[in-house]
Ligand binder design. Structure first.
Ligand SMILES: Cc1ncc(COP(=O)(O)O)c(C=O)c1O
Length: 289
């Protein structure tokens, strides 16, 4: 099952990923002018597919890219061609190919759409979720439209590289002294049994797991506050955890080499993960440990 060839759908055509060829004038290649989604697949089922599709629609609209149709079927087709039970699907849309000019005003191009899927031999983040992860804090150097899931990820790449070089698996970013998000995750802080997370704004991505969890926590009457969180609040947190499609909910047990709370995966991080796992079981019919 391992080392399988990855099968892609490139502008509607199924082919091996390695055979997809992109023009050097594609605006995604030249300017990062495009958007993307990463979906987690459990038991062959894309979890929170509707939420991903509606965020994609919004990203396209915010970048004045045309809406796309047929993506649900395309994603299922890619899952089928790659025989993915446990894995992920990557989907990206660029504005298309054109002579290099910065402005896209009046550029009516045909978007280039790439979808491919990858089978995971084992749940890649399961061990991290059991033990918790280390993170560092960094100033948020990114642009002012982090609500768009754009291909421009250089700030995120620089921050996660620094985190990895310091032995950590995520960087929690701060803008003007307030928490924004991780490099590929949203962040929750637990204080006195209340869940705090930064409010939706142009400075964070509206994470599918973040939004799902806020809804589920409120349904069970947990205290959830979407409000600005200062660096001091983070430093004095009882628990911190991150959420994302790949990591679901994963505890941060050390920040900047200092223990967070008990230094172990706390009960609220566990509750958050359990709520997401329950959703996966309900939607995809599979129990994930
Ligand atoms: C910058 C950023 N924030 C948050 C998230 C979490 O979003 P989701 O829960 O939809 O995966 C991601 C996911 O990759 C991300 O890149």
């Amino acid at each position: 099952m391992e080392n399988r060839k990855i099968i892609a759908m490139w502008n509607g055509h199924i082919m091996p990923l390695e055979q997809v060829s992109v023009s050097p004038l594609d605006r995604g290649y030249v300017f990062g002018d495009g958007v993307y989604e990463v979906l987690r697949i459990y038991n062959g089922c894309p979890f929170l597919l509707d939420a991903h599709m509606s965020r994609l629609e919004q990203s396209l609209e915010k970048m004045s890219l045309p809406p796309l149709s047929g993506l649900y079927a395309d994603i299922l087709s890619v899952i089928g061609h790659n025989e993915i039970e446990e894995g992920m699907v990557y989907l990206q849309v660029t504005r298309g190919t054109a002579p290099r000019v910065h402005s896209y005003s009046n550029l009516a191009l045909k978007p280039n759409v790439l979808i491919y899927g990858k089978h995971f031999p084992e749940h890649p983040s399961a061990q991290d979720a059991k033990s918790g992860i280390k993170a560092i804090s960094l100033p948020d150097l990114r642009w002012g439209r982090c609500d768009i899931k754009s291909l421009n990820l250089l700030g995120n790449c620089m921050a996660i590289t620094l985190a990895n070089e310091r032995g950590a698996l995520e960087a929690l970013q701060f803008r003007d002294g307030f928490l924004t998000e991780g490099t590929s995750s949203n962040v929750f802080v637990v204080k006195n049994e209340a869940f705090l997370t930064p409010p939706l704004s142009n400075h964070i991505l509206p994470g599918t797991r973040r939004n799902y969890l806020v809804e589920k926590l409120r349904l069970r009457n947990s205290m959830v506050r979407e409000a600005p969180i200062s660096q001091q609040d983070v430093n004095s947190a009882d628990e911190i955890f991150i959420t994302s499609s790949i990591r679901e909910a994963t505890a941060v047990i050390s920040l900047d080499a200092k223990q967070v709370g008990s230094g172990r995966v706390g009960p609220m991080a566990k509750l958050a993960r359990d709520l997401i796992m329950k959703g996966i079981e309900e939607q995809c019919g599979v129990l994930i440990g």
